[in-house]
Design a binder for this molecule. Structure first.
Ligand code: PNS
Length: 179
């Protein structure tokens, strides 16, 4: 021992979470078992496209689905992840990898984030059970009437069903045409 005190760094797990899937939750649970504190960082404006869920809905679903974990915090951020991670004092960025092709993009992102902030990225391989589960596929299956119970936490299922119900109630009813 060199006499220095070693403290484990806290982790930051960033994403769009539109919505949180069981694959995301698995990564959060595994990170929470390794690090003393895990900050789930929800990006305000996802780059892909307009989110289906509002920022508050996305955050609330994560809070509800991680109730059983005591070392999780959920916050939103805008701008560069590197800046936000540095401001929070995070020691490491956690990213899940679902398939080998994810690695290509995530590798350069990790190097850029380290170059910008000095913070390294730890990759968590997805549980094979969830390697095909993504937020966009879940939304597509759901919008076409498919069952999404095996892919999202209970809390997300409730919010999605409520959203569908409220969309249905505001849809114009079909006009009857005289035959
Ligand atoms: O769940 P997603 O959509 O794959 O998450 C992507 C996210 C939010 C992690 C990524 O888009 C991000 O870090 N956005 C913040 C902007 C940023 O820092 N861009 C430069 C990355 S090198």
């Amino acid at each position: 021992m060199n006499g220095k005190t070693h403290t484990s760094p806290s982790a930051i797990y960033p994403g769009s979470f539109d919505p949180l899937t069981l694959g995301h939750l698995d990564v959060i649970e595994r990170a929470a078992a390794i690090f003393p504190r895990v900050l789930v960082a929800v990006v305000v404006n996802p780059q892909k496209r307009e989110p289906l869920f509002t920022l508050e809905e996305r955050k609330q679903m994560i809070v509800a689905a991680t109730k059983h974990l005591t070392n999780i915090e959920v916050r939103d951020f805008r701008g560069l992840l590197a800046d936000f991670a540095k401001a929070t004092g995070a020691g490491v960025i956690v990213k899940g990898l679902r398939v080998v092709s994810d690695f290509e993009n995530e590798m350069s992102t990790a190097l850029m984030n380290r170059s910008l902030s000095g913070i390294d990225t730890m990759f968590v391989p997805s549980d094979p059970m969830y390697s095909f589960v993504s937020s966009s596929l879940v939304k597509e299956v759901f919008s076409l009437g498919g069952e999404i119970d095996p892919y999202v936490p209970e809390a997300v299922l409730h919010v999605m069903r409520a959203k569908r119900a409220s969309q249905r109630s505001t849809e114009p009813s079909e006009e009857k045409h005289p035959s």
